[in-house]
Design a protein around this ligand. Structure first.
Ligand code: G
Ligand code: MN
Length: 263
């Protein structure tokens, strides 16, 4: 979810897409489990429909899968999030910004260079960025991936495995790559109260992460009983509708107790 090769062309495509499709970036808080302090915000791309309803923008990105526009949309979302985060930081809010890195970024190459210029252009502190990564198994060159990830870490960002335990986000990645944390998929979390398997898996994933010295976000928490168990297992961070849904920027800034004015 980074920037296209030609920034002028990319920006024009974005402005158009943005106008036509009413895109917006929403922010979902990630809280520190023990204190409930807001630790980070995950930036998510959404589409505002004429009715005013806001929905997931995956339809747009899927439709654009064949062309470069998907990157344009994603990079617009990331740039928006980075710019906002820079403003929050300048107003004294110590909140990290989580962005989702598309697996296609690795296929396109130059991930490090593109991220570096995006970070510089937005004036955001790279040490406040969490890159959420999935599906690294699509990458056929593990050595090159390793080099890119090491470079990214030198830039100062943290690397988090998203949707851990589902699809292609696997234990091999924990073994091979220098990740800082993992996000346990809501698919597991939703069963922890009633399904002994989901409970055992989630508890073990938290313990596994801690044993190798990394941190954990549990995603998709919707019920108090789920939170109680996660606290008992010493899960580090929590994200889900029980605390906060993804929200427009203004609302998130109100939560942070800061205002940044114009979009
Ligand atoms: O793949 P990733 O983990 O980045 O997906 C985040 C998505 O999960 C967002 O679209 C967000 O709206 C959704 N989400 C966040 N919290 C919850 C939750 O508590 N319940 C459900 N069902 N979805 C959630
Ligand atoms: Mn994510």
């Amino acid at each position: 979810m980074l920037v296209m090769a030609d920034p002028v062309v990319a920006q024009a495509a974005l402005d158009r897409a943005n106008e036509e499709k009413n895109l917006l970036v929403v922010y979902q808080p990630i809280h520190e489990a023990r204190t409930r302090r807001i630790y980070a915000a995950e930036a998510l791309l959404r589409q505002r429909r004429q009715s005013g309803e806001i929905r997931e923008a995956s339809v747009i990105t899927e439709a654009a899968e064949a062309g470069p526009e998907m990157f344009a949309l994603d990079s617009w979302a990331v740039r928006t999030a980075f710019r906002k985060a820079a403003q929050w930081h300048s107003r004294g809010a110590a909140v990290r910004i989580n962005v989702n890195l598309s697996p296609r970024e690795f296929q396109e190459g130059n991930v490090f260079q593109r991220l570096e210029s995006l970070v510089a252009g937005c004036g955001v502190d790279a040490h406040m960025i969490n890159l959420e990564i999935t599906e690294m198994s699509h990458i056929d060159k593990p050595e090159e991936t390793m080099d890119v990830l090491k470079d990214l870490k030198k830039l100062g960002v943290e690397l988090w495995l998203d949707d851990f335990g589902t699809g292609h986000s696997s234990i091999t990645h924990l073994q091979r790559f220098p990740v800082d944390g993992l996000k346990i998929s809501g698919e597991f979390v939703k069963g922890i109260v009633n399904d002994p398997r989901s409970r055992a898996i989630t508890r073990s994933l938290v313990a596994l992460a801690h044993d190798i010295g990394i941190r954990v976000v549990a995603e998709g928490i919707e019920k108090q009983e789920q939170l109680d168990l996660l606290l008992e297992w010493n899960c580090d961070y929590i994200q889900g509708f029980l605390f906060s849904k993804p929200m427009p920027r203004e609302e998130f800034e109100t939560l942070l107790n800061i205002g940044t004015g114009a979009p």
